[in-house]
Design a protein around this ligand. Structure first.
Ligand code: SF4
Length: 320
């Protein structure tokens, strides 16, 4: 397909979530990250040891404010974003741990509080595919009638052997069931967190992941490179030379492969992980940087005149 015919997203070769927010809300929207949940089932079942990559903060960057009450966290972060980016609309993002694990009533209260704040147009929250109790679906559907609500599912991989390596404690089948149920029973926006750079990962696995995502009712994806944080089980594997994280150029190559096979209608929240605490990042060093990996991947796409979904379009043209 000639590149001039391909969808353009503010000049970017992929569909960034910022473009999705602008379409949906008519202006820029930023996420206010907050910390409310304190644990997850994986840690509880395994005596404190959860997924092999996860640090003590539950894969979160909001450690500086987690001891503040929720309303203060919202206020502090909202005002920072207002000053820095001159934005007026926000989503409150409940990031760390498993927000729907054994705290449904508290979760509902937290969502209600978040939505009552000035400028807040919706919420997003992180959870696991195996932590969506039946009673949550009517509640999410109810909220979704009046507000934007996005569920960010920690899927990480659709290959059960990868999930086992990561010690996720759930299966690919459970992820697919959760996505379908969220779509059919609640109608909410669905985002998936995915990890690349797993041992033995082949190009065909990456293409397969894109195809699975394309076939599911998924609205956005957040991509992470598997990186090593101090005092995690992955750190032990790294020290024993049993795991090496990808260098940026190889990670970029895999992300480009994924994006070219990803449907152009699925927004992308993030192209690579960013380590919020440099003191606990062991490797790779490039994960420190917020912008450099994203810019590198975009350059890689542009230099090759590639776009998100270009292979999907080519394949469908061949088969039509
Ligand atoms: S990534 Fe999520 S599920 Fe895994 S140990 Fe961390 S908080 Fe628990």
């Amino acid at each position: 397909m000639p590149t001039k015919d391909f969808p353009k997203w503010d000049g970017q070769p992929y569909y960034p979530i910022s473009r999705f927010y602008k379409n949906r809300f008519g202006e820029k929207v930023y996420k206010i990250t907050v910390s409310a949940a304190q644990t997850c089932p994986n840690r509880e079942k395994n005596k404190g040891v959860g997924c092999i990559f996860c640090d003590e903060l539950g894969s979160a960057g909001s450690h500086l404010i987690k001891h503040h009450p929720l309303d203060e966290q919202i206020l502090i972060n909202r005002e920072k974003l207002r000053k820095r980016f001159r934005v007026n609309k926000f989503l409150v993002y409940f990031q760390p741990f498993t927000n729907t694990y054994r705290r449904l009533e508290q979760f509902k209260a937290d969502v209600g509080l978040a939505l009552s704040n000035d400028g807040v147009v919706g919420v997003a929250f992180g959870t696991r595919p195996d932590c969506l109790p039946d009673e949550i679906f009517p509640y999410l559907k109810h909220i979704n009638n009046t507000h934007y609500i996005s569920v960010e599912l920690g899927v990480q991989s659709f290959a059960n052997e990868d999930l086992k390596f990561l010690n996720r404690g759930h299966s690919s089948e459970e992820s697919i069931d959760a996505i379908l149920k969220l779509h059919h029973e609640a109608g909410v926006n669905i985002g998936l967190h995915l990890i690349f750079g797993l041992p033995n990962e082949q190009d065909r696995d990456i293409i397969k992941t894109a195809k699975i995502v394309n076939d599911l009712p998924v609205d956005n994806v957040k991509l992470h490179n598997l990186h090593v944080l101090a005092n995690t089980p992955l750190h032990d594997l790294y020290k024993a030379n049993k795991f090496s994280p990808l260098e940026l150029d190889e990670y970029a190559r895999r992300v480009v492969l994924f994006l070219t096979h990803l449907s152009p209608g699925i927004a992308v929240q993030r192209l690579a992980a960013v380590a919020p605490r440099w003191d606990e990042l062991v490797a790779p060093e490039w994960t420190k940087h917020r912008l450099k990996p994203t810019q590198f991947i975009i350059k890689h796409l542009k230099e090759r005149e590639l776009f998100q979904g270009i292979s999907v379009a080519e394949n469908s043209r061949v088969s039509s």
